[in-house]
Design a protein around this ligand. Structure first.
Ligand SMILES: *Cc1c(COP(=O)(O)O)cnc(C)c1O
Length: 440
């Protein structure tokens, strides 16, 4: 596998350390009550969010995305013997930020705002947040800054909510960040600082700038429990959506989830909470670009062997800007060691082909980072590695009724002039990809 990783070839790694969920969860530093508390905070924020963002009127202030059945995609991805459902979890449609970062990023800003509001006597612990959107609230938050380092989407999500609440906001962007994301932030009054370096250097710059200033609150994407838990609430919402859709997850109906992974917070938080809910009946796979397989190599080879994907001779340059991360989060990776079922990588041409196919079949506009999830079901169900996993876990009889969820993580805000060239590149390579991923 190592030589394939180093030469940027696609790999599918099955985690040999996957444990029994019931044994693993009690050893972790966070528990289910932390996810429930995060859910409760979102609840206190509903009226505030509804007042600030008219698009949340119809959901009464809940930021959530649809769980979609797309028959054309199901027919393409699942072999005929599988009777279970295939869903698209369409976080590309998440309101306010158009990506999965609307979960973690907005949550992390609300946690900071609540602390300040309680400390300054604007609200009391347990109160709803509607007073945040008053002159008093804005005047209070205007005395504070929020800083973050990002490849684009986290900065976008944090910048929008922080500036809307009245905070000063400073977003440090890595070289990968797209121009349109920076411009959108500047239009919102956010200060954008551009860096020549990668994701880790943008995070470092933000950390250093905020250090020592008690009024500058740094949201650390490499090490934030708040981001992790904000993402984790998605699992509770997914469970509700399953019950509305009459989908049961149990021993005879296992769930397989395919999650794009950058530093690990989003897929990690969701996996953590899904495992709390569904135990051994949920199997989570992380998806990364071949240029940036930081979580795969961290979990497969440990913390010390390769400090970053650069040590493997990779360049961390990919069209999947949201996943261009060279070193996995050391908050998240240790928690995933025994929870994640496996990781796979996809090369950029593959990502773009999936981007083309999901647009063609479901009229969904996704960004390259989001498209990586779509490769999961066929890799799992049709590859030798996937078959070995099925046998090892005695799933031969159960896989017929398996349920698959592909997490699409962003793209709705992508301007058409950015999307169209990506789509055309994907169309050019569509045939090669389908052959190679066992689809034809
Ligand atoms: C950030 C991001 C991810 C992955 O989240 P991490 O917390 O970095 O692992 C996936 N897809 C998109 C579109 C993203 O912006």
């Amino acid at each position: 596998m190592l030589s394939r990783i180093k030469t940027q070839k696609r790999v599918f790694w099955i985690n040999p350390n996957l444990g029994n969920t019931a044994d693993v969860l009690p050893t972790l530093p966070l528990g289910f009550s932390d996810v429930e508390q995060a859910d409760y905070l979102w609840d206190r924020a509903r009226l505030l969010l509804k007042n600030l963002f008219p698009e949340l009127e119809s959901t009464q202030g809940i930021i959530e995305s649809p769980l979609c059945r797309v028959p054309e995609i199901r027919a393409m991805l699942l072999p005929e013997n599988i009777k279970g459902d295939l869903f698209i979890k369409a976080d590309n449609y998440l309101p306010i930020a158009g990506s999965i970062k609307a979960r973690g990023g907005i949550y992390a800003v609300l946690v900071i705002a609540e602390k300040i509001a309680i400390a300054e006597g604007l609200i009391e612990a347990g109160d709803d947040f509607d007073l945040f959107a008053t002159d008093e609230g804005r005047t209070l938050f205007a005395q504070h800054a929020i800083s973050v380092g990002s490849t684009g989407n986290l900065g976008l999500s944090i910048g929008i909510i922080a500036s809307t609440l009245g905070f000063k906001c400073i977003v440090h962007m890595s070289h990968d960040a797209k121009e349109w994301k920076k411009n959108k932030l500047r239009d919102n009054g956010v200060r954008v600082i551009e860096h020549k370096g990668d994701y880790a250097s943008a995070v470092l710059a933000a950390r250093q700038q905020a250090a020592g200033d008690s009024r500058n609150h740094f949201i650390d994407d490499e090490n934030s429990k708040d981001l992790f838990l904000g993402y984790g609430v998605a699992a509770l919402r997914l469970a509700v959506q399953f019950s509305i859709a009459n989908v049961t997850i149990d021993e005879d109906h296992p769930l397989f989830v395919y999650l794009p992974c950058g530093v690990g917070g989003a897929p990690g938080g969701i996996t953590f909470a899904l495992k709390q809910l569904f135990g051994d009946h949920v199997h989570c796979f992380f998806a990364e670009p071949t240029a940036s397989p930081c979580m795969l190599t961290r979990l497969a080879y440990g913390k010390d062997k390769y400090a970053s994907v650069y040590d493997l001779g990779l360049d961390n340059k990919t069209e999947a800007d949201g996943l261009a991360v060279a070193t996995a989060s050391e908050l998240v990776a240790p928690m995933m060691e025994k929870l994640v079922s496996g990781c796979y990588t996809v090369e950029d041409e593959g990502l773009l082909t999936w981007l083309y196919l999901i647009h063609k079949n479901a009229e969904m506009k996704v960004e390259p980072s989001a498209a990586v999830g779509l490769a999961g079901p066929s890799l799992f169900l049709k590859s030798p590695e996937g078959q070995a996993y099925i046998e090892k876990h005695n799933l031969q009889d159960k896989v017929v009724n398996s349920v698959h969820v592909i997490w699409l993580t962003g793209g709705e805000m992508l301007p058409d002039e950015e999307f169209e060239p990506l789509r055309l590149r994907g169309r050019e390579t569509v045939r090669d990809l389908l052959e190679e991923t066992y689809l034809l």
